[in-house]
Design a protein. Structure first.
Length: 268
């Protein structure tokens, strides 16, 4: 059985993945404290390249989840999310690990959502926060190491996540990814032979502003869960709001024009 290194193995997603992937991979958590769900544990800091290299011994792939999962002081984000991601990829090169699955975020395209636009991974990034900026930088690091060092990478723009698979509010009903769906997405990312890809990481939600075409085409991702599985149990007002959600679908010319126009207007 192949071993995978899960950075941030003690976090919400890391804990779920170590549990869901049990029997498919041997999981080795790398975090500040041990995980009870992982098969093995290495305690260390994500910016310690030497510790990461040691932790990579014998692993097939790195699933990089570690970092600050939301807005924080920008210097902290730089250290944990940007420098930490750089350290993971440097460790992969030094240790000869051929593949990294990187946990990015839907917030990298968050301003498209705020503008009411249906977003695909091929569209220019429009981060909605400093946190999102740090994850966009992580995607750029992944792209560089794919081109410069041949490290295969899949960047997952993860939507909402709950370890209980429960959506909260109308946005939760079109952004949630369940535990078994994210486990499937990670597994297919590890098994894939694509050199580099950015995919959206959500379950099957007809009202989502993010598409799943790239994840399906490149990885064979087929989410098993979706909002319509839970709508019968949600409050009437949330159901009504969900059913009224709509997004603008832009062709490439209109998309680039809107992106550049917003950028130029705000730069004045």
């Amino acid at each position: 059985m192949d071993t995978i290194l899960v950075t941030g193995g003690l976090g919400r997603i890391g804990t779920a993945l170590c549990r869901e992937l049990r029997g498919t991979y041997r999981t080795r958590s790398f975090d500040l404290r041990p995980s009870t769900e992982a098969d093995e544990n290495v305690v260390g800091n994500i910016t310690d390249i030497d510790a990461l290299v040691d932790a990579c011994d014998g692993v097939r792939a790195i699933v990089h989840l570690a970092g600050i999962p939301g807005n924080a002081d920008f210097d902290l984000l730089l250290d944990a999310n940007v420098r930490g991601t750089y350290c993971v990829y440097e460790a992969a090169v030094k240790a000869g690990v051929p593949r990294v699955v990187f946990a990015s975020t839907n917030h990298v395209s968050g301003m498209w959502e705020k503008a009411g636009v249906f977003a695909t991974p091929e569209m220019p990034v429009r981060p909605d926060s400093h946190y999102a900026v740090s994850k966009a930088a992580g995607e750029a690091i992944a792209r560089y190491y794919a081109d410069a060092h041949g490290i295969g990478s899949v960047c997952m723009r993860i939507g909402g996540f709950s370890p209980t698979d429960k959506a909260g509010g109308v946005r939760g009903y079109y952004m949630l990814i369940t535990c078994r769906d994210i486990a499937q997405l990670v597994d297919k990312s590890i098994q894939s032979d694509v050199l580099f890809a950015i995919v959206n990481g959500i379950s099957n939600h007809p009202k989502a502003y993010q598409d799943l075409e790239s994840a399906a085409k490149l990885l064979g991702y087929e989410p098993r869960d979706g909002a319509e599985d839970w709508l019968d149990d949600c409050p009437d007002d949330v159901r009504e709001q969900y059913e009224n959600v709509t997004w603008r679908h832009l062709n490439r010319e209109d998309m680039l024009d809107e992106w550049a126009t917003v950028r130029a207007t705000r730069g004045k």
